[in-house]
Design a protein around this ligand. Structure first.
Ligand SMILES: *Cc1c(COP(=O)(O)O)cnc(C)c1O
Length: 382
C-alpha cells in the first residue's frame, strides 16, 4: 500500500492529437487571440451540444459573466442561484454589481430545490411593469442561473414550467455538464445561453477555457463582440463599447480540438467508473449516491458519495494516497455571500457539504486504481 502511486481526483487526460495541434500553432505562429482552432473548437462544442453557435472564452467564469451581461443583468439586480455551487457562479453575478438570491439544494438530486423555488416565486415576488420584483426590498430579480451540479440535472420540464410564468432570464451554468442530457436534449441548450468550462478538473480541458452555446445568431455575435474588446472595425482600433479581453487563445483551442475528439471515449470511461463504484458500494454501511432522474443521462463527471462518516473516510482515503475531496462550501458560508437572501427549510446544502465526498474518477484512471479506491472505502466502512 505505501508504495502505491497517488490516485488523483479528476485530472486532465491528454491522449489524442493535442500535441500535434499545439505544434501546428507553434510552427505557424498562430498562437494568440485568433486562429482556425478557435473557430473549430467553438463549432465542435456547439455541434456536440446540439446548439447552432459556440463562442469561446478564457474560462467558464468569463462565459457566465458575459451570458449574464447579455441577458440584461444590471447593477443592484438579483439573480437566483443554488446555494450549493462552485463560487464562480456567484462571482459572475457579483461582477455585474448584482446579488445572488440563494436557493437550497434538493436532498436527493443535490440540484436547486424546485419546491423552494416555486414557493419563493409565488409568495415573495411581485410583477411590476413587466419586471419581477423581490417584495422584501423592491429590487428587481433579473435572472435565474440553474447549475447542473456534478453533471446531473433537475426535472427540466418542471423547472421551465415554473420559470416561464415570470419575466426571468435563464442562464445555464452547464460548466460541469458537457455530455449530459435531459430527454435527449443537451445541458446548456434549455436557455438562450448555456456555459461550459474546460478547467483542468472538467471532463475535457484546455488548461483553462469556456464556451457559451446559443441558437441565437445575434446573441452569438454579441458574445463574440464583447469577449473580444468590442472592436467594431477590421482595420482600425475602433471599439464601440467597453468590451472584455476574454478570448480563448488559439494555442489552447488547439488542445480543445484534440480533447473534443476524445470526449465520447471520456464520457464512456466516466460512466464505467460510476457503474463500477455503484456496483461495489451499493448497500455498504450508510453510503448513498446522488439520485438521477430517469429522464437524465449524466456524464458521470465527478463521482461523489454521501456518508455521515465523511470526515473519517476523507482522512482515511487521503492517508492512503487516494485523493478525495468534500463538496464546495455552500455560498451562504462564504464571507462575500453570507448576507444574501437564502431560501431554505432544512439547509440541505449544509448537510450535503458535511456528508459528501468525491472520489477519484479521472478518465485515465485504471481498473486497478478503481479497485483500490473501492477496497479502501469498503474496508473502512465495514
Ligand atoms: C468549473 C465551474 C465553473 C467555471 O470555472 P472556470 O474555472 O472559470 O472555468 C463555474 N461553475 C461551476 C459550478 C463550475 O464547476
Amino acid at each position: 500500500m505505501s508504495n502505491q502511486q497517488l490516485i488523483p481526483l479528476s485530472v486532465p487526460n491528454i491522449a489524442g492529437n493535442e500535441w500535434k495541434y499545439v505544434k501546428d500553432c507553434l510552427d505557424t505562429g498562430w498562437i494568440s487571440s485568433v486562429g482556425s482552432y478557435v473557430t473549430q473548437f467553438e463549432q465542435m462544442v456547439a455541434d456536440f451540444a446540439g446548439a447552432r453557435y459556440g463562442v469561446a472564452s478564457v474560462n467558464g467564469t468569463a462565459a457566465l459573466h458575459i451570458a449574464l451581461l447579455l441577458s440584461g443583468v444590471k447593477q443592484d439586480d438579483y439573480v437566483i442561484l443554488p446555494n450549493l455551487t462552485f463560487v464562480a457562479s456567484a462571482n459572475s453575478i457579483k461582477y455585474l454589481g448584482a446579488e445572488p438570491i440563494l436557493i437550497d439544494a434538493d436532498p436527493d438530486l443535490w440540484q436547486m430545490d424546485l419546491d423552494l423555488l416555486e414557493e419563493f416565486l409565488e409568495n415573495e415576488t411581485d410583477e411590476r411593469d413587466g419586471e419581477l420584483i423581490c417584495i422584501k426590498d423592491g429590487r428587481r430579480i433579473a435572472a435565474i442561473m440553474p447549475v447542473h451540479i456534478l453533471g446531473n440535472m433537475c426535472d427540466m420540464d418542471r423547472f421551465l414550467s415554473i420559470v416561464k410564468k415570470y419575466p426571468l432570464q435563464v442562464v445555464e451554468d452547464a460548466t460541469e455538464a458537457l455530455g449530459t442530457s435531459y430527454k435527449g436534449k443537451h445541458a446548456g441548450t434549455f436557455s438562450p445561453m448555456g456555459c461550459f468550462s474546460f478547467n483542468g478538473n472538467k471532463i475535457i480541458s484546455t488548461g483553462g477555457g469556456g464556451v457559451i452555446v446559443t441558437d441565437d445568431e445575434q446573441l452569438a455575435k454579441r458574445a463574440k463582440h464583447v469577449t473580444t474588446t468590442a472592436k467594431a472595425s477590421v482595420d482600425e482600433y475602433y471599439h464601440d463599447e467597453v468590451g472584455y479581453n476574454y478570448r480563448l487563445v488559439n494555442l489552447l483551442a488547439a488542445v480543445g480540438v484534440g480533447q473534443m475528439e476524445l470526449l465520447p471515449s471520456f464520457i464512456k470511461r466516466k460512466k464505467e467508473a460510476v457503474a463500477f463504484y455503484k456496483n461495489e458500494l451499493d448497500g455498504l454501511a450508510d453510503i448513498r449516491f446522488q439520485k438521477e432522474l430517469a429522464d437524465v443521462e449524466t456524464n458521470g463527471w465527478l463521482f461523489t458519495i454521501q456518508t455521515d462518516r465523511q470526515q473519517e473516510l476523507l482522512a482515511h482515503l487521503n492517508a492512503n494516497k487516494i485523493v478525495s475531496r468534500r463538496f464546495w462550501m455552500p455560498m451562504n458560508k462564504l464571507p462575500m455571500y453570507k448576507d444574501c437572501i437564502y431560501i431554505q427549510k432544512k439547509d440541505n446544502a449544509g448537510y450535503i457539504y458535511n456528508t459528501c465526498l468525491s472520489v477519484p474518477c479521472s478518465t485515465n484512471i485504471t481498473d486497478e486504481q478503481l479497485e483500490i479506491v473501492a477496497r479502501e472505502i469498503k474496508s473502512f466502512l465495514t
